[in-house]
Design a protein around this ligand. Structure first.
Ligand SMILES: Cc1cc2nc3c(=O)[nH]c(=O)nc-3n(C[C@H](O)[C@H](O)[C@H](O)COP(=O)(O)OP(=O)(O)OC[C@H]3O[C@@H](n4cnc5c(N)ncnc54)[C@H](O)[C@@H]3O)c2cc1C
Length: 410
């Protein structure tokens, strides 16, 4: 059996590992544009000089040899022929497959604002090569502008500030981390970033740019006319699935690469996993999808379920937060919040069930909230302080001492 995997990220590496466990004899070939395996979640550690490029590797150093994988780093697949079951590369090679996994991830989205797409000092932060280019340019940069204050934008800001750089962050929402946190939780981080020297422009959009004769943006112009001087611009305004060249007979691309519950595309023996599917944008889900697709490529029939849907963990300046489920309540929802000296907790209840939770400062009992959300367990019948709930509130004890689910609560 010839297995071919496109991409050596969280999904691709997990898939390769899973295939090798399930099929000790098949041939596995992996191709990746990346020239080395690296964790995108740790790119900020490269920017802050806490880790070298090698230190970002999240696979074992002998991963490819140990698992007998034919790895082709620095090779980009430019075309698929799903009828002939072949992929074509930028090196002019054609590689045949029996089972193909597309795990090509995503690319930073650079909006068509002013000269952002043409200038030579504008970068996304998605790949090690982005971080290396940013790091090289940051050495001489006085002012760094970052568009977007989600996790990627703040990762970039944090990493660069650790090396003493001055950053300005432009965010079109009225708060930072708008997808991850509510205003109260987000403000705790904003205060810490500001104290460390960051400037925020909230509720503002980058509307234009001023570029010099060398093709460098020297000023970002905001929608209220404010001009922000910059020598380097980082755009963290979202991603798009990496589907260039992935169209082929049976493949449907609609934002992400479309898959069914078994992570099969519409082309025979072609699967997709990870960010490229657009199903999720977080590491553990990419891994889970890689594993599920791989098992199915090896003949199982395993459905994918979004185990960690909408879960984010954030840690800047030693302040940790965890949010699961809904962030923004809707009309009719009940919101219960509690602020302590060093912690903040907020729960959103809908129809008597927990729809979202945000924990900041102390995330030690996060598991119970994930459990309640995932299983849709009603909590309105329990007469207890909601923030004191624990697993024991949902289980009874059998005569033999085993725990049993309290079905009366369902
Ligand atoms: C800065 C940053 C911080 C993040 N922090 C977190 C976090 O804290 N927690 C979290 O859960 N998630 C985080 N994420 C998201 C997480 O990194 C992604 O969800 C995860 O990497 C997705 O894995 P993947 O395998 O689908 O794709 P990727 O990791 O993007 O891997 C894609 C692979 O495909 C290759 N490739 C692409 N196109 C081609 C082609 N045409 N031919 C051959 N190879 C190709 C690439 O070279 C790469 O090897 C972060 C992301 C970024 C960018």
């Amino acid at each position: 059996m010839e297995y071919v995997i496109l991409g050596a990220g969280a999904a691709g590496i997990t898939a390769a590992r899973t295939i090798r466990k399930a099929d000790s004899q098949g041939n596995i070939t992996m191709l990746s544009t990346d020239t080395q395996v690296h964790s995108r979640c740790m790119l900020h550690k490269f920017l802050s000089h806490e880790r070298t490029a090698e230190g970002l590797n999240f696979a074992e150093t002998d991963f490819f040899e140990k698992n007998r994988i034919h790895w082709k780093p620095g090779v980009t697949v430019t075309k698929l022929d799903t009828a002939a079951k072949k992929v074509m590369t930028d090196k002019g090679e054609e590689i045949s497959y029996d089972k193909l996994l597309i795990a090509t991830g995503a690319e930073s989205f650079i909006p068509p604002v002013g000269n952002l797409r043409e200038a030579n000092n504008v970068f996304g932060l998605r790949h090690l090569k982005d971080a290396q280019a940013i790091d090289a340019m940051a050495k001489k940069a006085e002012n760094i502008a970052i568009i977007g204050s989600g996790l990627v934008g703040l990762d970039a800001a944090y990493g660069l500030m650790e090396t003493g750089k001055k950053v300005s962050v432009i965010e079109m929402a009225e708060q930072i981390l708008p997808i991850q946190l509510d205003k109260t939780g987000a403000y705790e981080y904003q205060k810490r970033f500001e104290k460390a020297g960051a400037a925020f422009y909230l509720g503002r959009k980058a509307a234009d740019t001023i570029m010099n004769a060398e093709g460098k943006i020297t000023r970002l112009v905001l929608d209220n006319g404010t001009e922000i001087p910059c020598d380097l611009v980082i755009v963290a305004a979202g991603v798009r699935s990496a589907v260039a060249g992935m169209d082929g007979e049976g493949i449907v691309i609609d934002r992400g690469l479309q898959v069914n519950e078994y992570l099969e595309t519409g082309a025979a023996d072609v699967y997709a996993a990870g960010d490229v599917t657009g199903l999720s944008g977080i590491w553990p889900n990419a891994q889970k999808q890689g594993e599920t697709a791989a098992l199915n490529m090896c003949g199982s029939k395993v459905a994918y379920t979004d185990r960690y849907a909408m879960k984010n963990t954030i840690n800047f300046f030693g302040l940790v937060s965890m949010c699961v489920g809904l962030i923004v309540p809707e009309e009719g929802d009940t919101v219960i919040a509690r602020e302590g000296a060093s912690s903040y907790k907020r729960v959103i209840l809908r129809d008597g069930k927990v729809a979202g939770v945000l924990l900041q400062g102390d995330i030690s009992h996060g598991g119970i909230w994930q459990y309640l959300i995932k299983n849709g367990i009603p909590v309105d019948t329990i007469e207890k302080d909601i923030f004191a709930l624990n697993f024991g509130d949902f289980y009874g004890m059998k005569e033999n001492g085993e725990y049993q689910w309290n079905t009366a609560l369902m």
